[in-house]
Design a protein around this ligand. Structure first.
Ligand code: GRF
Length: 206
């Protein structure tokens, strides 16, 4: 084991662009994450995230839902890969599949997700659009543990940014992404160093 790592292997699950994955790759390079990014799991064979992982020399496992008869079978294959990689922590980063309750329970308080809003506001897949439409003056990003209910698990870290009068979805997303790329690696590092303690709905950062 590299003495500079904490011995925690983590996997990133993604489906698309993978800008958060890239932020983790960069943070690891700059030694801001001491955990090892040991695996990328992807459900979309065309995702740009795969290219990013390969360029960084990280093993990629692609599980195309079309190759599996059911979610249960797909998740069993994913679990096999996680076991092989001795993965302690899963970081969802734009993974477009909802994990089964069984899967979530198996990895209780070991799955993180990033959401592009200040939860519990603007849950769901259109958070940026919804924030602009609602007219909020601030929004942000939330890292939370994944629970059976979507976008409702205990909150680990949040960061805030303004919503400007002339914001489009594109400009606001860019601002929110900057926050995400900062707080997601931070949350992973806190987990890896054993500094996150779940106490019911609250996560105490030690
Ligand atoms: C992020 O905005 C995240 O909040 C949401 O999905 C998006 C993924 O983006 N869950 P990327 O693939 O990391 O660029």
């Amino acid at each position: 084991m590299n003495p500079k790592t904490t011995g925690v292997n983590f996997a990133v699950f993604c489906s698309g662009q993978g800008t958060n994955l890239q932020a983790m790759i960069d943070a690891a390079k700059k030694k801001r994450i001491s955990a090892k990014l040991a695996l990328v799991v992807c459900d979309n064979p065309g995702a740009h995230a795969i290219e990013r992982a390969r360029r960084a020399g990280i093993p990629v496992a692609v599980f195309d839902p079309e190759d599996f008869a059911s979610k249960k079978e797909l998740e069993a294959a994913v679990i096999g890969e996680l076991n092989r990689g001795k993965i302690r922590l899963i970081a969802l980063a734009g993974y477009m599949r909802i994990l089964s309750d069984d899967f979530v329970r198996r990895y209780k308080n070991r799955i993180l997700n990033i959401h592009p809003a200040l939860l519990p506001s603007f849950k769901g897949g259109q958070a940026i659009k919804d924030a602009i439409k609602y007219g909020v003056k601030v929004t942000g990003a939330t890292v939370h543990f994944v629970s059976e209910e979507v976008d409702a698990g205990p909150i680990v870290l949040q960061a805030v940014c303004p919503v400007k009068n002339n914001d489009s979805e594109k400009t606001l997303l860019a601002r929110v992404h900057k926050l995400e790329h900062k707080i997601y690696p931070e949350a992973i590092e806190l987990f890896a160093r054993g500094k996150l303690k779940a106490a019911g709905r609250r996560v105490i950062v030690k």
